[in-house]
Design a protein around this ligand. Structure first.
Ligand SMILES: Cc1ncc(COP(=O)(O)O)c(C=O)c1O
Length: 433
């Protein structure tokens, strides 16, 4: 392996350390082995870094890239809008069209509102839930991520020791500097455990339950059979608002989100990432009676960049492509091939492993072959060994997340998957023996 393969990335990161706080613009992009990459451009399923290395990209920008990098129809739509101006503090027709497409595709979407990030639409959902129920408490689950703010960066990735009892987890802040008062009205429970949720909601003092309908920030865990249906029922019975955070699963596992695939409709839902293939768009969608509370004199939700014309034009182009369905057929085929292929290679080399999730977002764990059904199960994985594997793969031209997640796009075709499986084979031989 060439010693200086990432020389320019390393030099650029050293420059970044002198200008950006902590050297990057997001903590989640730092600390990658052998170096965080500095990217020159994307091409379909590939990224080309500043050293000229070509990588098959399984980060997919951590979820947004669903059509592949730079899809022509989307780029064209954004350029056409850009030629008309940037932003007007008014409506543009593309907002309505984008909203109508979401309405058509997503089961819960009687109404839609667009914003700029997943983090902020989660907060809008909480506000609506509190306003409509007159209650304050939010229930979230261990291992689920809903943005970086103080009332949700709680028990996202705690150690088992800090987390305490698995069936009654402690509320563990995810960062120094968080306001302890912001956690006062948040309860954390184990996910995929209906009895614990029923017990908690029976007091009828919870405004909302928020969850990723499939837990994609930890191990791509599907809900147990009947769990979501049970959650839906107990929320309805106790007057609790059910929020699905589909920032990852939305427009990735299907055009109707995980709610369509899993057959359970929440009251409110949040989207981001794949909704606009990387343009900074998020959305809250849900019941009309809740969503229509956002009017002057009632529930406040604002944002200078909400419904940004260029982003909305791109969203329309993305959703029109996604509604055709071919994208999901391609991803289903290639993702399954890749999941099976990785599992087989690891097994052939006697490496215990668990590959699970959806074709478009799956997770590979080493050191355990049991199904991972909740956050505590995920702690059994040998993360240090997995990082050795990702470091060996990036040296060979395949870039995937150190936390075990793999995101696919429609640009990952047969040749890309063949290339990837060869790299996995070579990397397992070199790094895991
Ligand atoms: C499920 C989920 N919710 C919310 C967020 C926050 O979204 P954003 O990074 O756009 O603020 C993320 C980001 O990864 C996410 O995965």
């Amino acid at each position: 392996m060439a010693l200086n393969k990432f020389e320019k990335s390393k030099a650029a990161m050293a420059r970044g350390a002198k200008v950006l706080g902590g050297g990057t613009n997001s903590n989640f992009r730092a600390g990658v082995s052998p170096t965080p990459l500095v990217i020159d451009r994307g091409e379909g399923a590939y990224l080309i870094d500043v050293d000229g290395n070509r990588h098959v990209d399984y980060y997919c920008a951590m979820g947004p890239i669903i059509l592949g990098h730079n899809p022509p129809a989307v780029i064209e739509a954004a350029k056409r809008q850009l030629d008309k101006g940037i932003i007007f503090a008014s409506q543009v027709e593309a907002e309505f069209e984008a909203g109508e497409l979401v309405q058509k595709l997503v089961p819960c979407a009687e109404r839609v509102r667009f914003a700029g990030s997943g983090t902020e639409v989660v907060q809008a959902a909480f506000r609506l839930a509190r306003a409509s129920t007159g209650r304050n408490i939010i229930v979230k689950f261990e291992g689920h991520y809903h943005g970086w703010l103080d009332n949700v960066l709680l028990s996202v990735g705690p150690t088992a020791e800090a987390g305490g009892p698995a069936d009654a987890p402690n509320l563990v802040p995810g960062s120094p500097g968080m306001d302890p008062l912001a956690a006062k009205n948040v309860n954390v429970l184990p996910w995929n455990n209906l009895e614990k949720l029923k017990e908690r909601l029976s007091k009828r003092d919870v405004a909302a339950v928020i969850m990723e309908p499939a837990m994609c920030n930890t191990s791509a865990i599907r809900p147990k059979d009947g769990y979501l249906e049970g959650v839906r029922q107990v929320c309805t019975e106790t007057g609790t608002i059910l929020i699905f955070d589909e920032v990852i699963t939305g427009f990735r596992v299907s055009a109707g989100g995980a709610q369509k695939v899993l057959g359970v409709t929440p009251d409110l839902c949040t989207f981001g990432k794949a909704i606009a293939n990387g343009f900074p768009v998020a959305a809250i969608a849900g019941r009309a009676d809740l969503m229509d509370m956002m009017v002057p004199g009632k529930v406040v939700h604002g944002g200078t960049y909400n419904g940004h014309p260029v982003n909305m034009a791109a969203t329309v182009a993305v959703l029109k492509e996604l509604q055709k369905g071919d994208v999901y057929k391609k991803i289903e085929k290639q993702g399954k091939r890749l999941m099976d292929g990785i599992g087989t290679i690891l097994r052939d080399h006697q490496v215990p492993n668990r590959v699970q999730g959806f074709a478009g977002i799956f997770h590979v764990a080493l050191g355990t072959s049991d199904p991972i059904t909740d956050y505590r199960d995920s702690l059994k994985a040998d993360k240090a060994r997995y990082v050795k594997l990702t470091a060996a793969m990036v040296e060979r031209g395949v870039r995937s997340l150190e936390r075990g997640a793999w995101f696919l796009s429609a640009a990952h075709d047969d040749a890309v998957i063949d290339q990837t499986l060869q790299v996995v084979e070579d990397s397992v031989r070199s790094a895991l023996r």
